[in-house]
Structure formats: C-alpha cells, structure tokens
Design a protein around this ligand. Structure first.
Ligand code: AMP
Length: 592
C-alpha cells in the first residue's frame, strides 16, 4: 500500500515535469510574468520599469521589454541592495516580501563568500528537485520501501547579520527548513543519522557518527549519498583510520570520547545497542579491505546498497577515480545541477556515467537566459588580456542550440534579475522541449600570468595527464590546487599535489614535465616558448595538507556539505599553508 502510494507520487512528479518540459518556452514566459508580478513593487525593478504597470503588460511583450529594460547584472551590481538588506532595511528592495534569510554562496570557488537571498521558494524548489530526481532514479534503480540512506550531510552554523537576518549556507537553511522536516517525516527516518548529527557544526564528529550509524544499520542501507562527491571520499578516507574505534563502539553500544557534543552523543546513544556479531563481521571485512587498499569498501560493508549518489561533475570530477575505487561495480549516479542562487537542472538519465551526465532545465524554477559564448581564435585570443570568449546577445531558453556553449543568466523568485551565474554550459540535447545541459566549467579564468588563459577545466585536464604517470608508478593523487606566481619575472604556474604512496623523484619530475606540456591554451604555449611564462613548478605537499585547508575554510564559515577545494588560490593564508607543507619541488625543464 505504502509502495503504491510512493509509486503514484513518483509518477505524478514525472508527469508534471514532462508536461512543463514539453512546453518549456511558454512555461518560461509564464514564470517570468509571475516573478515580475510578485515583485512589481521592488525598488530594483521600478528603477528600470519606471512608472510602467508590469501587471498590465501583454505576456508576449513582457519578455522582450524585460530584457531590453533591465540590464545584465553581476553579484557586484546587486551588492549595494543586498548589503542594505543584510543591514536590516525592510523596504521592498529586490522582492516585494522582505527577505529574512541570506545564503552564502561558495567562497571556495570564488575566493570570497557572497550573500544571496534565500526564501521559502528556495527550500521549496530544493524539495521539488530532490523528489523529481528521486523519481527518475527509482525507475532505473528501485530501492526498498522503508530502507535507509547513508547521507554524509552537514549543516554549518547559522548566524545573524548586522540587521538581524539569519545567514548561513543554502544547504544549512534547507536542513533547518520545514520542507526538510517534511521530507524526513514523510520518509520516516530514512537517513541513518538524526538531525543532531547533521547539524552538530563539527564535521569530524558528524562524520564519525554518520559512519557509525551507517554501519549500525548497514543491512538496511539502500544508497550512499552526499551533496558533493568530495564529502563521500573524505568520509571513507577517515574511515580507513577510524574503523577499529567504530567497530568497538558497535560491539559495546558505546560512543568514542572523540564525540564531545552532548546533544549529538545523546542522540546517537539513544539509537545504538551492543551488537558484537555485527562488529565482528565488519572487522573481518575491514581486515580484508585494508590489504586491498580499501578497494570495493562500499559493497563489502553495505551489501544492499544499489548505487552511490552525489554531484560528480565539474570540480568534483577529480574525485571520481577514488569514488570508483570505493564503489567497485556499483553505479555512480551524478546528482543535479544548481547553485545557491537557484536550482537549474535535473539528471533525467541516472544510468549515464558521470562523465556524460546532462541536466534537463526545470523551466518553472527561474527565468533562464543564455549568453552564447564563442572561443576566440588564436590571434584575437592573444590580444585579449582578460577573457577567452566572445559573447553574443543573450537568448531565451526556447532559442538555444545543441552544441553551443553559453553562460547562464538567472532571473529568480528570490530577487535576482538577469544575474550572470558565471557557469559555462553546453547544450547537449533536448528533453521534450527543455535543454539538457552539460556543465563545462566556471567561466572565471583561474590561471593567467600574461596572455595565457586557463580555466578550472583546463587545469583539471593537465593534472589528469600528469596523474596518469603517477598512477602507473602506484602513486595516488589525493587532491590538488594551483597558483599563478607573478612575484618574480617571468611569472609561472605552481601546481600543488598531495599524494599517497612512495613515488620516485624521477617519476614526479616526469609528471611535472608532462603537465607543463599538456596545456593546450595557445597563449600558454606561445608564452612558454618565448619564456614570458616560466617553467611549471610542481610542489609535493606533506600528507594531510588538504585536510588543513578544509579546516581553514570550515573555520571561516564554509560548510562541509558545499565545500569545493579551491583549484587555484591567491589567498595569502592558504599560500602560507601550502608553502610550509611543501616537501619537494620540481621544475619542468625543456619545453616544446
Ligand atoms: P555554491 O555557490 O556552493 O552554491 O556552488 C554552486 C556552483 O557549484 C555552481 O555555480 C557550479 O559551478 C557548481 N555546481 C553545482 N552543481 C553542479 C553540478 N551538478 N555539476 C557541476 N558543477 C556544479
């Protein structure tokens, strides 16, 4: 009966999505109209619309009028308004209804955390996309009704702005929202961990308890998940160190003294009971797994798990290899595409490998525009000191073309108008009438010294090439970052690697040379030939350096659930950590 009901719910939400996807163009026009009607009194909109009565405008005229009157905006353009809101100004600045909550969008990719409005609409769309994605997943990988999920999710602390608004990361707001409670209640303790573990604010203690409870309920766990793949890899790396202590707790029904937070201790101790039989089984598995470098850890310890589910695209791609190592032959299902500013697309093909995953835009969530981007030809490229793309005028969702790259622009229910998200996507295909997007990268250049221009994706490609040599020598790349050093002339790139395993210096030197030779950006190639960019430097870091970096970010308010290792940094504190922890340096020699 329960199962029929949930099958019915899945069917309904899929039908709903297929209908809006089929009519995506018209749905977008209606979505824009609703956003503008709801917020017609907002100061920001009035500034551009003057005295025009938005609600009286004809639907077809509204779209072109809106895009001709309201300019494209970056976060910096909206910052004065957002700052006034943070300081307690309750007048309708961006939205008609006062904004009471602000989210912090990731400072880990942009270097600095930015406030963006968070409303009831934000948690509602989160709940909606989670349900939609779950419905598509359940068609391919059905899970047992009443089973559990091992979720590595973490809230960070909410705090008050100067004006008394609640601020925190979007995931934190969602975990604290009514919508999340509804999801938890409807699915009856589906997550292994209680709320006290998710919201403890101490990611190390939470990870321990997530693992302990995940193992305590191991036979019931149907899938393993986190927001970004990084958290799963991080949790299992910790497990390699913690397993004996966790087994001990399972055997005796106790909780390690490491867990000091009283509420979390109580909530976990209320759940677990001594289970010597389970503890012995897990210990036997771990003894075997240890000798296999923990290869196949997930299916071995969680025999009923059907898949691993998380965002595995973009900056998470470097963790795929390690995830596959742990997951063995279990499917890796790549989760949906969104940002603190708003959700964008859902993965409607859960069986496609993470490398090929695309996201079908949900046309009711926001009004989407797409700025066509064209990679410049080399001669133009060499003249431009800033960006690698030429832009055309933004087009609406109904006019995007397969194979074309775009930057996404959002108009949201939360008060962002023609907001440039800074992500580059490619239209891979259509699902009914809505585009399926392939995430390419953040638009921002991360490595540039001179006329050379490299994005995160370019760096990822180069590191992948270098790490293939490392893998052949049985080394493992734990994580990486980079810095464009322009202190001395000529400037040069430094790539920092934390590695696992004993690897000869000769091999690392070869990795360095290979990475230098693998940049395909013409600006870099020409600059290296003329020595206006110096030889690439590879710094090998001591073990645990990236953990220190994570802790530095968490200490500064970043949330474990949304953490993305910065792939390039100019942050002085971080550079100090990296330099202090460097144990070996290599410089690439001969070039091209
Ligand atoms: P945040 O500011 O922490 O909300 O991070 C949002 C950013 O994370 C997006 O703008 C993307 O750059 C990236 N992101 C989110 N979802 C995905 C995904 N499924 N694939 C790749 N990148 C993603």
């Amino acid at each position: 009966m329960e199962s029929d009901k949930s099958n019915g719910e899945c069917h309904d939400i899929v039908n709903w999505f297929e209908d809006v996807a089929e009519n995506a163009g018209a749905v977008q026009t209606r979505t824009l109209r609703r956003i503008l009607e709801l917020n017609s009194g907002a100061e920001y909109l009035k500034k551009w619309f003057g005295g025009m009565a938005i609600e009286e405008l004809d639907e077809s005229a509204l779209e072109s009028l809106y895009t001709s009157l309201v300019p494209l905006a970056s976060h910096a353009d909206l910052e004065p308004c957002i700052q006034r809101i943070a300081n307690g100004d309750k007048s309708p600045l961006l939205t008609q209804q006062p904004i009471t909550t602000l989210s912090l969008s990731s400072g880990t990719t942009e270097g600095r955390q930015k406030y963006v409005p968070f409303t009831h609409h934000s948690s509602n769309t989160t709940l909606q996309i989670f349900r939609l994605a779950a419905a598509y997943r359940s068609r391919v990988y059905p899970i047992r009704e009443g089973g559990r999920i091992l979720e590595f999710i973490y809230s960070s602390k909410q705090f008050k702005t100067k004006g008394g608004l609640t601020a925190g990361t979007a995931t934190t707001h969602y975990f604290a929202s009514e919508e999340f409670k509804i999801k938890q209640e409807k699915t009856k303790s589906f997550t292994c961990s209680p709320e006290e573990v998710i919201s403890s604010g101490d990611y190390k203690q939470s990870t321990y308890c997530h693992l302990l409870l995940g193992l305590f309920f191991s036979d019931q766990v149907e899938f393993v998940t986190s927001t970004f793949a990084y958290s799963i890899v991080q949790a299992f790396r910790s497990f390699e160190e913690l397993w004996k202590e966790i087994c001990n707790d399972i055997r005796q029904g106790t909780l390690s003294p490491k867990i000091t937070l009283p509420k979390m201790r109580k909530s976990v101790l209320d759940i677990i009971t001594p289970n010597p039989c389970l503890a012995s089984r897990i210990e036997d598995c771990c003894e075997e797994l240890k000798d296999l470098d923990w290869f196949g850890l997930v299916p071995k310890l969680w025999p009923n798990v059907k898949y691993v589910y998380s965002i595995m695209t973009g900056s998470m791609q470097p963790y795929l290899k390690k995830l596959r190592h742990y997951a063995l032959n279990l499917p890796l299902v790549s989760a949906d595409y969104g940002s603190t500013e708003g959700w964008i697309g859902v993965n409607v093909d859960p069986s496609s490998p993470p490398e090929n995953v695309t996201f079908a835009v949900v046309p009711t969530f926001s009004y989407f525009e797409f700025i066509p981007l064209h990679r410049q030809r080399q001669e133009y490229c060499l003249n431009s000191a800033t960006d690698d793309y030429l832009e055309d005028e933004p087009v609406p969702l109904s006019q995007v073309k397969v194979g074309q790259e775009y930057e996404i622009v959002l108009t949201t229910f939360t008060g962002l108008y023609r907001y440039r998200l800074g992500d580059v996507v490619e239209v891979a295909d259509f699902y009914k009438g809505t585009p399926k997007l392939n995430f390419i990268c953040r638009r921002k250049l991360i490595l540039t010294v001179n006329i050379d221009k490299n994005t995160e994706k370019d760096l990822q490609f180069v590191v992948e090439r270098g790490s293939q040599i490392l893998s052949k020598a049985r080394g493992e790349l734990v994580d990486f970052t980079s810095h464009a050093d322009i202190e001395k002339q000529p400037g040069h790139y430094i790539i920092y690697w934390e590695i696992k395993g004993e690897v000869e210096e000769r091999v690392l030197s070869e990795c360095c040379r290979e990475m230098d030779a693998s940049f395909v950006d013409q600006g870099y190639i020409v600059s290296r030939r003329t020595n206006s960019v110096g030889p690439l430097e590879l710094c090998i870091l001591e073990r645990g350096t990236f953990k220190k970096i994570l802790e530095y970010y968490i200490g500064n308010g970043a949330a474990m659930s949304q953490f993305k290792t910065p792939r390039c940094t100019n942050n002085q504190v971080l550079l100090r950590i990296l330099n202090v922890c460097t144990i070996k340096r290599f410089h690439s020699t001969a070039y091209g």
